[in-house]
Design a protein around this ligand. Structure first.
Ligand code: UDP
Length: 240
């Protein structure tokens, strides 16, 4: 039937930190290449993939603010950083033979299209990956919140949150507590009341209010994006 023929659509959120390949400023092309290969393989299998990339490998507004800069201006620097990550991903997707379009929330016609939701959906339907850059274009927001908003606006069924070095949500930080316990599934409310590190609260409440499920998983484990798209039991699923 028509419904089962329709491609499944996902929003993949990548942290900027993952792109730096183990800390530091900038982009590690090997990491971006690896992520691009994984995205290319699920797109070839028919999934529609939209991507939001963070910018933590360049600037975080809140950190620059602590060091004396104006918050809004440093947030704009943060947003501009995300665009460099977008271009790097676009480049490696192209090398994999996958068409993509970068759409930015801050207009910069020479490097990207402006954010036009209906056009983004058309690209996805044609098998192109759409990469959303510059966050929401507004200071005081995060790329997690952007990912939730874009997922909702393009009608994605699931937000895939690829994490760097952790394979799901734990009751305490597994890097500092060897007894930390991983959750297979969580409700939005638990994430909020227990202050679990999934995404910032603005993003979580947006997902909760609109019933957008979130899968938190280890991004760089080989084959994980494909597993997430196929609905295999990896990571932690946040829903209600
Ligand atoms: N940012 C913003 N508005 C947005 C999205 C991002 O001001 O809609 C800024 C903010 O300063 C943030 C930075 O861009 O710290 C980088 O994004 P984020 O911290 O979400 O990146 P990630 O931690 O996912 O790498």
């Amino acid at each position: 039937d028509k419904d089962s023929d329709r491609s499944r659509r996902f929003l993949l959120k990548l942290s900027g930190e993952a792109f730096s390949g183990g800390g530091g400023l900038g982009v590690d092309p090997d990491v971006v290449h690896k992520v691009a290969r994984e995205i290319a393989s699920v797109v070839r299998d028919g999934a529609e993939i939209a991507v939001v990339i963070g910018g933590g490998n360049f600037f975080r507004g809140a950190e620059l603010q602590q060091r004396g800069m104006d918050r809004a201006r440093s947030d704009y620097m943060g947003m501009l950083g995300t665009v460099m990550n977008c271009l790097a991903l676009q480049d490696f997707l192209e090398k994999e033979g996958i068409d993509s379009r970068v759409q930015t929330a801050i207009t910069m016609g020479q490097v990207a299209e402006p954010y036009i939701p209906l056009r983004a959906i058309r690209h996805l339907e044609k098998g192109r990956v759409v990469i959303f850059g510059a966050g929401m274009g507004m200071p005081y927001f995060s790329t997690d919140t952007t990912a939730a908003q874009r997922a909702l606006e393009i009608n994605a069924e699931l937000m895939l949150m690829g994490k760097n070095g952790v394979d799901g949500v734990y009751d305490s930080d597994p890097a500092h507590n060897s007894a930390a316990v991983k959750f297979d599934a969580l409700e939005y409310g638990e994430v909020i009341t227990r202050d679990l590190k999934v995404a910032d609260m603005t993003a979580i409440t947006l997902c909760r209010d609109n019933k957008l499920p979130i899968l938190v998983f280890e991004l760089l484990a080989e084959g994980n994006i494909a597993r997430a798209v196929k609905g295999e039991k990896i990571g932690t699923l946040v829903s209600n």
